[in-house]
Design a protein around this ligand. Structure first.
Ligand SMILES: O=C(O)CCC(=O)C1=CC=C[C@@H](O)[C@@H]1C(=O)O
Ligand SMILES: [Mg+2]
Length: 324
């Protein structure tokens, strides 16, 4: 006997969270609850403003329509569903079937959200591979180059993940590279989306010897995983990409082409982020996932993130906006 519920949540964010151009004051999303017999499982549907095409309202409406069919006994048909809906429903179904392993990879790449000094402390306490992520492209490219160069000079063995979110022109990208000493460029594990177009990013990688990774490009219409000079990884954000099955296919293709696949947060709540940590351990073992986004929130939801001391809101405190 099947039943389902849709909860609506709004979680406060820390004051400094800037997406592309807007501050993110609250994180709005839905939690889907699937029940089949005595099995119950959850999934998170949370389009990310300025990154998702769909709004939270559109995702909620589509989720309700798909849940009506599921409760009536039909299988989910997610091929044409909105990415955030496909991810949340497919993840809930994966859990319901008991197919998502319990163990997660919680050793995440510290995200430098502001003060580089904080990052030095986090990295010096980091066991194993010293990987960190720093957003670039928000200030002067020269400054970004100097900061990256300083980190590589001062933290032995660091592997920096940088992310320009397609902000740079070829000239700005060159100005960045100019301030990273050639002998330090190997300290950059990859630079996500340096330039406004993939073609300019590929040219940048060839000209500078700095490895790059696709993130936004993975979601471009017609994207295909392939081996390209200078491209070493693809970043997979399930909430923005779609179903867990689609994400698993991308991971498989990346590995077939000798690329690293990195599971990355779209600022899901701690409920969804925990599922991503488990998914990352299962699908990309040995790769540090990009999941250090709990620090951007002022509250957790239902499933606590290991070591996080933020207040925990439970599903019981949320409004059930649909159930059947
Ligand atoms: O990938 C990570 O390490 C953390 C997540 C992260 O960096 C991002 C999440 C969502 C939007 C952006 O701010 C950024 C990214 O573009 O990768
Ligand atoms: Mg990115």
């Amino acid at each position: 006997m099947r039943s389902a519920k849709l909860y609506q949540y709004q979680l406060p964010m820390d004051s400094g969270v800037i997406l592309r151009t807007q501050r993110l004051v609250n994180r709005d999303g839905w939690i889907v609850e699937l029940q089949d017999g005595d099995q119950k499982a959850y999934g998170e549907i949370a389009p990310l403003p300025e990154f998702s095409q769909e709004t939270a309202e559109q995702a909620g409406e589509q989720a309700k329509a798909l849940l009506e069919l599921w409760v009536a006994g039909e299988a989910f048909d997610l091929a044409d569903a909105l990415p955030s809906v496909a991810f949340g429903l497919s993840m809930a179904q994966l859990e319901l079937q008991g197919d998502l392993p319990q163990v997660g990879n919680y050793t995440v790449a510290p995200l430098c959200a502001g003060d580089p000094d904080d990052l030095v402390i986090a990295l010096n306490n980091m066991p194993g591979e010293r990987v960190a992520k720093i957003k670039v492209g928000m200030y002067e490219a020269v400054r970004d180059g100097m900061v990256a160069n300083m980190f590589i000079d001062s933290i032995p063995g660091i592997r920096l993940r940088l992310d320009a979110n397609r902000q740079w022109t070829p000239l700005k990208a060159q100005q960045f590279a100019k301030y990273v000493k050639p002998e330090n460029r190997g300290g950059i594990a990859f630079l996500e989306e340096p330039c406004q177009t993939p073609a300019d990013s590929l040219a940048f990688a060839l000209e500078t010897g700095i490895n790059i990774a696709w993130d936004e490009t993975v979601r471009d219409e017609g994207f295909e995983v392939k081996a390209e000079p200078g491209v070493v990884a693809i970043v997979i954000k399930p909430t923005l990409v779609g179903s867990v099955q689609r994400c698993m296919e991308l991971v498989k293709q990346a590995h077939e082409h000798g690329l690293t696949a990195v599971i990355s947060s779209s600022m899901e709540s701690s409920l969804g982020l925990n599922q991503l940590a488990r998914f990352a351990e299962w699908q990309t073992p040995g790769v540090i996932p990009g999941l250090d986004t709990m620090q951007l929130f002022l509250s957790q939801l239902e499933t606590p993130w290991p070591g996080c001391e933020l207040p925990l809101k439970t599903l019981a405190e949320l409004d059930v906006v649909w159930s059947k």
